[in-house]
Design a protein. Sequence first.
Lengths: 298, 85
Amino acid sequence: MSRPDDTDPDTLFIAEALPAFVSEAREQIEGIEQLLLQLETAPDDRELLDALFRCAHTVKGSAGLFGLDAVVDFTHHVETLLDRLREGQLLLTPALSTLLLRSNDEIRSLVDAAAGQGTEDRREGREALVERLRDAAGDTRAAQDAVADADAPAGPGRWRVSVAFGTDTFRNGMDPLAILAYLGGLGRLTSIACRDTAVPPLEHLDPESCHLGFDLELETDACRKEIEHAFAFVRDDVELEMRRIDGSCSEPQADDTAAAAAQTDVDAAAGPGATAARAARPKAPPATSGCQPIASTR
Amino acid sequence: VPTVAALRTDCLEWLDVGDPDAAVDASGVDEVDAAGVQLLVSLSRTLAARGRPLRLHAPSGPLRDACRTLGAHALIDASADGDHR
């Protein structure tokens, strides 16, 4: 791209304007980092997600003007994932946030390299990141289709779900109402009961602590992982048990341990899947509660 | 959530007044979250312990929806005006 001819107008332009690009790109990169940190407490804030997307889009756009192909190519993958997030097709899980922070570091080092300050080309690490960004974003639809296929022979399922939200749910800015409404959107909630007795009487109630637990039955075409996904934002602070009860596909009995393991699987299961979190946790154990036909796990 | 602490205080004061036939005017609830419903569940339990039902007067649409979503049907079914749907 850069030609040795000092009199070439393009080369002159680049030499003169590059510092401005680098400076602006670093601002955007800083912005991305700040936004990701802010989003940790408000992972579905649309304005922040929009801003995040614009930062990456700006870096990519201006890098394109300078022919910085490595920056453009890599940032493109970040931008694609951010687009999925702002469209609400994906949830910004902590694991995904970590992946994006790492990717942002990568953009920073690519910009440094463009500014002549790079020390080494980390091509291999970059390609691994691209792979994970792709898994997280691009393959989602295909993965969901695959999920639907896997569940298709069993048809719609009936699930019994027991959930106890953690004490800090409200303080973490999470609303079980929104989560259960989302769950209802996966199919039909045929019954739901609030565990009233877990809620202390007024004299002893800390109203900002969450004491809510629910027993519900859900009819849905969604698979286990998709149902678990409804709890992705609170998964560190929730007791979740779910069991398929329509008899067509018997599930392993869920005790507390299994439920905890299932929760781990939500963010840690290997392979492409409906939640981006999985792609960002390569250390995952093999999934035991995946979207495979459920009978096969027995 | 920020308002539930204040609401709890209000409810406790209201309890102290102790009018056994009082109903909670729930018609003006434009917006409610799970913390709000939890407060009502708690109030309901407190009243039940004193042998009194919680009667919500004319619960608003958002409040009804929230109670149904959260499986707190009893709060709505016991509403003072009997208009369940």
